[in-house]
Design a protein around this ligand. Structure first.
Ligand SMILES: NC(=O)C1=CN([C@@H]2O[C@H](COP(=O)(O)OP(=O)(O)OC[C@H]3O[C@@H](n4cnc5c(N)ncnc54)[C@H](OP(=O)(O)O)[C@@H]3O)[C@@H](O)[C@H]2O)C=CC1
Ligand SMILES: O=C1O[C@H](COP(=O)(O)O)[C@@H](O)[C@H](O)[C@H]1O
Length: 517
């Protein structure tokens, strides 16, 4: 057998079984109505409808079963909604005849209903339309599934939930279901989040509520569990004895463009750190779950969150980019951070003394999200590696998904010199021809399948708010002020100083370059 064949055989033998759900292959059938509330908005056109289209194209949404309803106050026709979203469903890669045929068919599955978010009238009309569809698909009583996606500002979640409960529930509990998917930000602090949770909790069971955090749907975030618990390499190293510090970083190279009004009310900690980065931290830091059952995984995430110590002011750097306040929807005296570095400390046996540095910023010099696990120096270093850089395990969430391990090797050649290099698993190169699904696509499919593993449980949300609420209140009260930074920069210089105080050692003269094909 030549080496080419061997590689092919090995590759095809890579496990492809689903995991985490014992019933992964049991697909429910029956009429499925997906209702996008806030269908006229930004999220709906950019993320929700494109994700639904991709699921449809791949056969996860069957024409014989599914119907999609858009609902919002804006008075538009079915065709007007279709035309609004059409442009977001095509791109250069998908502009084929086959694509345009399935696009037309998909758009015909969409119906629009206009109504308010707090009166019976609109929701009764919506219910009538859904029921009409259910009858037309000859759904047997009880087998109809209704999925309500809240692509709406959280201020209307309570009234919309009440209206659904009153007017739009699945008509029988003999096998069908009604589920709601709610977007972040879920509350503004512990008290408001708990209040919102109670309001919705009075109407729906926890099993019906899907609190979406789209970072949990990203390929490399989903890989964390496999990576950590299916590889012997990591088991003995993943602790305070070996790891010096962990960074979880989010950078965007654009500002709050068009969303200044929303953003100013929330700021970068509520927009990114309290949810997306904290969810990633949970998966990096949690103990091995008893099994892959959603509740077992979520139990472990809650335990990590509950072990986080109160945040110290001296372990926080805030920033606001110059020009942020020029946005007419942002107040001239805004104190809202568009950048933050926050150090979290986990008080448990595994992580005592290891800083978890969460960093997020808008209008920076680059766009990327990554996890950077930096190891301690080698004891008794005979090669002077310390001068060159430390071992680092980097998980690049986006763009150019990859994992690489920075390590010291002998520089090839006659001399005995050491150099920094890497073991590199770059997805585009290793998984050629494989399309990585969009986070929303995967998560919406989970909501249809009833898999809550990648959704935030109520106690998890509470624990997350408990960590950040005191700090957020200090910022809201003007007790902490952001430093200004230049758009296109690395953020405030104080953030880099905090990083090195926390123990992070930057490797000079080395840069990882994503391999080209
Ligand atoms: N946009 C994004 O990239 C992301 C958004 N999210 C979250 O998704 C949800 C929706 O976001 P997005 O689509 O950007 O929001 P939009 O501001 O676009 O609002 C969505 C729709 O809700 C209705 N709406 C807007 N403001 C109000 C209001 N004050 N009262 C009642 N209805 C209102 C409007 O529809 P109409 O007037 O026709 O009724 C609007 O088209 C939010 O919770 C957001 O935080 C989360 C991640 C990313
Ligand atoms: O939730 C949000 O996420 C986006 C960034 O998402 P990504 O998948 O492109 O990394 C961010 O721009 C937005 O401010 C925030 O609300």
């Amino acid at each position: 057998m030549d080496s080419g064949q061997w590689t092919v055989e090995k590759r095809s033998s890579l496990g492809s079984e689903s995991f985490g759900r014992e019933d992964a292959n049991v697909l429910e059938t029956g009429c499925l109505s997906i209702i996008v509330l806030g269908a006229s908005g930004d999220l709906a056109k950019k993320k929700t409808f494109p994700a639904l289209f991709n699921l449809y194209r791949q056969g996860f949404l069957q024409e014989s079963e599914v119907h999609i309803f858009g609902y919002a106050r804006t008075k538009i026709s079915d065709d007007e909604l279709r035309n609004r979203i059409r442009g977001y469903l095509v791109n250069d890669k998908t502009a084929s005849l086959e694509h345009s045929e399935s696009l037309s068919k998909f758009l015909q599955l969409i119906k629009y209903v206009s109504g308010s978010y707090d009166t019976d009238e609109g929701f009764q009309l919506l219910d009538k339309e859904i029921s009409k569809h259910e009858v037309s698909k000859n759904s047997v009583e009880g087998s109809s599934r209704r999925l309500f996606y809240f692509a709406l500002p959280p201020s209307v979640y309570p009234s919309v939930s009440r209206m659904i409960k009153k007017c739009c529930m699945n008509k029988s509990d003999l096998g069908g279901w009604t589920r709601i998917v709610v977007e972040k930000p879920f509350g503004k602090d512990l008290e408001s989040a708990e209040h919102l949770s109670s309001q919705i909790g009075e109407l729906f069971d926890e099993a019906q509520i899907y609190r979406i955090d789209h970072y949990l749907g990203k390929e490399l975030v989903q890989n964390l569990l496999v990576l950590r618990f299916a590889n012997r390499f990591f088991l003995p190293l993943w602790n305070r004895d070996n790891i010096d510090n962990v960074q979880i970083v989010f950078r965007e190279d654009f500002g709050t463009e068009g969303r200044g009004g929303y953003f100013d009310e929330y700021g970068i900690i509520r927009d990114i750190i309290q949810n997306h980065l904290l969810q990633v931290l949970c998966l990096v830091a949690m103990e091995k779950p008893v099994s892959l059952k959603p509740e077992h995984i979520r139990d472990e995430k809650v335990k990590v969150l509950q072990s986080v110590l109160p945040i110290k002011d001296e372990e926080v750097v805030l920033g606001q980019y110059e020009g942020y306040r020029d946005d007419p929807t942002v107040p001239d005296n805004s104190n809202t951070p568009t950048f933050a570095t926050v150090i979290l400390r986990i008080h448990n046996e595994r992580w005592e003394g290891v800083p978890f540095i969460l960093k997020a910023g808008k209008a920076l010099g680059s766009r990327k999200a990554e996890i950077r696990v930096q190891f301690k120096d080698v004891p008794g270093d005979i090669f002077k590696c310390k001068k060159q850089g430390r071992n680092e395990f980097v998980i690049r969430l986006q763009p150019s998904e990859a994992m690489y391990m920075k390590l010291t090797v002998k520089q090839p050649g006659l001399e005995m010199r050491t150099a920094q290099s890497e073991l590199d698993l770059s997805y585009r190169q290793r998984y050629q021809g494989v399309t990585i699904p969009e986070a929303y696509e995967r998560l919406i499919l989970d909501t249809i399948r009833g898999d809550q593993q990648h959704f935030v449980r109520r106690d998890e949300l509470k624990a997350a708010w408990e960590i950040f609420t005191p700090l957020l209140h200090r910022i809201d009260n003007g007790k902490m002020k952001p430093n200004s930074y230049q758009p296109g920069s690395r953020g405030p210089a104080e953030a880099d100083e905090l990083l090195s105080k926390a123990g992070y050692v930057q490797t000079h003269g080395y840069i990882w370059i994503p391999p080209t094909l």
